[in-house]
Design a protein around this ligand. Structure first.
Ligand code: NAD
Length: 498
């Protein structure tokens, strides 16, 4: 059985803590590998390595740094198929969906290749008599990323590509559930010409995360995962003076207006609600039809589509979605479905007993659909993170706008309508960070930024796009004067450019 250690200083290093976690293949339910869980000392070794490597890397000109990313793109693209298969086998999502996971990460690498331009400072000539002012962006030093299981390629790349492009050294602490792809990406960065030590992967759990929070040489932490841990990381970073951006869970609503094209809307809801078994932070988990007639027409079209979902092993190219990530995740999602029934929601499609022949030990679940869900129910308030869609019937537009706006999560939201004025009003007023208009999963493209509001995101700068360059650099502003030779004497009043 394969054992993942760590990747430190450009080398594979065996775990020394004596603690390991199992890495499953969700489609068969078998343990396929073990992953070492780092101790504080092992995390520290990675930081020391990174600190040393960062000095020369930060002094390397940005074009050369970008060229490493260009080469990395080429290498990763050449390995697309094998990376996607590894990802699908450890995560459970289908191979075509795994390719999307890799692609959305590579697009941020493409963005980060623009770093020579993105890092340019500002300059004002003659801000005062003989005075020029300029600002420059400099790397922070050693920074860290702590990432979730559900996008093991995309989110590590969202973190390390801009950080490294800006001249930082990076410690990646990926999810212990699917460490294979992050480890391979680090090897490919080395092959692409990244100096050893600039990107280190430390596998682990809470112990290594706490070591990151406490380490005095780590200057910033980018986190993605569940909201309670995001909040914990944000507080831990504040306590030790680190810069932090921490993205959390979600409850993404889709508002369906009476004039929406229902066939298109149902396609969108099926893909966004059940794709990747609902294990996406931008999955649609709540559908809000506006008006009883819209709700009835929607249910009529939605029910047969949920019943017809094709659940299959991750390697089945025709499957709509694969298994959940672990047995615990499966049991947790089934627990939510039971809670929904107990609270009086109407379970219209029940996929809990789904079994796949030949894969009886895999972590599979059929699609579930609830109707008549209300805002006081646990299945509405909490993130289920499984193939379960809840329909909440709104009597009018104002109620539909209020639901996502008042929910404690605020990651993504979508509206389906043919009415431009309604869409415009909704986009302007809704209290959520990312909005789709007839687009169910509005993950912004790499050169815009990604981030949710409320309990979906802690910190003021988003991921990727221009915010990522701001997050991974600090600004230095220089005010310079070349005196003419005339001695003006001491000045006791704060200088103004008046
Ligand atoms: P998680 O919070 O369990 O784990 C995320 C990371 O935190 C992992 O690296 C894990 O090892 C670490 N961790 C777990 N428990 C910890 C603890 N007690 N102390 C310190 N560190 C700990 O999340 P997950 O299950 O891997 O991922 C799913 C969650 O991530 C969902 O809530 C999903 O919505 C969210 N997510 C959010 C976004 C976003 O951009 N907002 C994107 C993807 C996933």
């Amino acid at each position: 059985m394969h054992t993942y250690g760590h990747f430190i200083g450009g080398k594979h290093v065996a775990g020394a803590s004596g603690r390991f976690a199992d890495v499953y293949e969700p489609m068969t339910g078998e343990v396929k590998a073990k992953v070492a869980l780092a101790s504080k000392a092992e995390l520290r070794a990675a930081v020391e390595n990174a600190r040393e490597a960062q000095v020369a890397w930060g002094a390397t000109n940005p074009q050369r740094r970008a060229r490493v990313l260009m080469k990395f793109l080429e290498l990763a693209q050449a390995e697309y198929d094998s990376l996607a298969e590894l990802l699908a086998r450890e995560h459970g999502k289908t191979i075509p969906d795994a390719k999307g996971d890799i692609q959305r990460g590579l697009e941020v690498v493409e963005f980060a290749i623009g770093v020579p331009h993105l890092m340019k400072g500002e300059y004002t000539e003659g801000a005062g008599p003989n005075i020029d002012i300029y600002s420059m962006r400099q790397p922070l030093g050693v920074v860290a990323g702590i990432t979730p299981f559900n996008f093991p390629a995309m989110i590590p790349m969202w973190k390390f590509a801009p950080a490294i492009a800006c001249g930082n050294a990076f410690i990646l602490k990926p999810s212990e559930r699917d460490p294979g792809v992050p480890m391979r990406l680090a090897e490919l960065m080395l092959e692409a010409g990244l100096p050893a030590g600039v990107l280190n992967v430390v596998n682990g759990d809470k112990e290594s995360v706490d070591a990151i929070l406490q380490d005095p040489d780590i200057k910033a932490v980018g986190f993605v995962g569940s909201s309670s841990i995001a909040e914990y990381i944000y507080q831990g970073c504040a306590a030790t003076g680190k810069r932090a951006q921490c993205f959390g869970g979600a409850k993404n609503h889709a508002i369906i207006m009476p004039d929406a094209d229902l066939d298109q809307t149902v396609d969108a809801l099926i893909g966004a609600g059940y794709g990747s078994a609902g294990e996406r932070c931008m999955a649609i988990s709540v559908a809000v039809p506006v008006g009883q007639a819209t709700a009835d027409r929607l249910m009529e079209k939605l029910v047969p589509r949920v019943e017809a979902l094709r659940v299959g092993p991750s390697t089945d190219l025709t499957a709509d979605y694969g298994p959940l990530v672990t047995r615990d995740a499966l049991e947790r999602v089934k627990g939510y479905v039971q809670a929904g029934i107990d609270e009086g929601a109407k379970l219209v499609v029940d996929g809990r007993d789904f079994k796949l022949q030949g894969y009886e030990n895999g972590f599979y679940m059929g699609g579930c659909l609830f109707d008549h869900v209300t805002p006081d129910m646990k299945i509405y308030k909490e993130e289920i993170f499984g193939p379960v869609l809840s329909v909440v019937r709104a009597k009018d537009y104002d109620e539909a706008l209020r639901l996502p706006s008042e929910h404690e999560y605020g990651n993504g939201v979508a509206i389906f309508t043919r009415d431009g004025a309604a869409a415009r009003d909704f986009a302007a007023k809704v209290n959520v960070g990312m909005v789709g208009i007839n687009v169910p999963i509005p993950v912004p493209i790499a050169y815009y930024t990604f981030g949710g509001w409320k309990r979906s995101g802690y910190g003021d700068l988003n991921q990727h796009g221009p915010d990522s360059i701001r997050f991974y650099t600090k600004t230095k502003t220089v005010t310079s004067r070349w005196p003419s030779g005339v001695k003006e004497g001491a000045e006791f009043v704060i200088p103004t450019m008046g």
